[in-house]
Each structure stands twice: as C-alpha cells, then as structure tokens.
Design a protein around this ligand. Structure first.
Ligand SMILES: C[S@@+](CC[C@H](N)C(=O)[O-])C[C@H]1O[C@@H](n2cnc3c(N)ncnc32)[C@H](O)[C@@H]1O
Length: 126
C-alpha cells in the first residue's frame, strides 16, 4: 500500500491530467458504455478527480469511488459517493454497476468482475 502523502496526491493529480488532458484529449473514458451508464464504480478512485469529473459530466449517473485511502475532497457533487474499502476483500456490493472504471490500479485488485458486472455493462481500464 502506498502512503498517501501530499506529494503522492500531487503526483496522482498530475498523472490524471497527463492521461485525461494530453493522452485522451479530454475524454474521461473510451468505452461507449460510459455514455449511458446509470451506476458507475471507480475502483481505486485515489483523489476522486475522475469520479467527480464524470459526475459533473453525467449528472443523472450515480458514481461510487472506492479506495483504501480516505483522500477524497470534502465538497463533492450530489451524485458521487466515496467509500473507503479494500477491493481485494469480499465484494459486498449487492446492486450491480453498469460501468466500471479502473485507472492505474494494481491487477491484484481486479477480482470477481465477472460476477458483479452485468452482461450488457462495460469497463474502462487504463
Ligand atoms: C495509482 S493510484 C490511481 C488513482 C486513480 N484511479 C487515478 O486515476 O488517479 C491507485 C489507487 O488505488 C488504490 N488501491 C490500490 N489497491 C487497492 C485496493 N485493494 N482497494 C482499494 N483501493 C486500492 C490506492 O490507494 C490508490 O489510490
């Protein structure tokens, strides 16, 4: 587990803008399913910047960001919820997600996606 110092959080922000602004030219995701999702999971949400950006862009979507570290901002859009949890622990989500995003996440945290991911859902991994 990485210790979330201010410097590490600054690095995550820089990494977000390098991927989002530069590489993806302002696109938050590549999967077409991201445009119509109603319930979205951001695995390993970090500082929450992606989840907040998505929530602003898609106000009808319910966005949930999960991370081991509580480094999310205090003021967040009403359609975002941040949860401190270990994605490698037992998966307790009962309501399914139709879009799952994992950016810069260790492969060990990718588990049971098949069971918790509806057949018409999609995911973006970068
Ligand atoms: C490199 S950061 C990427 C953060 C964010 N996705 C982004 O794009 O800025 C990886 C994040 O995954 C979180 N993480 C790693 N393993 C995790 C786990 N098992 N459960 C929950 N969060 C985890 C870390 O705490 C860290 O915030």
């Amino acid at each position: 587990m990485v210790i979330m110092t201010a410097q590490e959080q600054e690095r995550l922000e820089l990494q977000h803008y390098m991927l989002y602004d530069v590489t993806m030219e302002g696109e938050l995701f590549l999967s077409p399913g991201g445009k119509h999702a109603k319930r979205v999971l951001d695995m390993g949400a970090g500082t929450g910047t992606w989840a907040i950006g998505y929530a602003h862009a898609y106000p009808e979507a319910e966005v949930i960001g999960v991370d081991l570290s509580p480094i999310f901002p205090e003021w967040i859009p009403r359609n975002v919820q941040f949860v401190v949890d270990d994605l490698e622990d037992e998966w307790n989500w009962t309501k399914r997600f139709d879009f799952i995003v994992a950016r810069f996440l260790s492969p060990t945290a990718f588990r049971d996606l098949g069971d918790d991911h509806p057949s018409n859902g999609s995911s973006d991994c970068s």
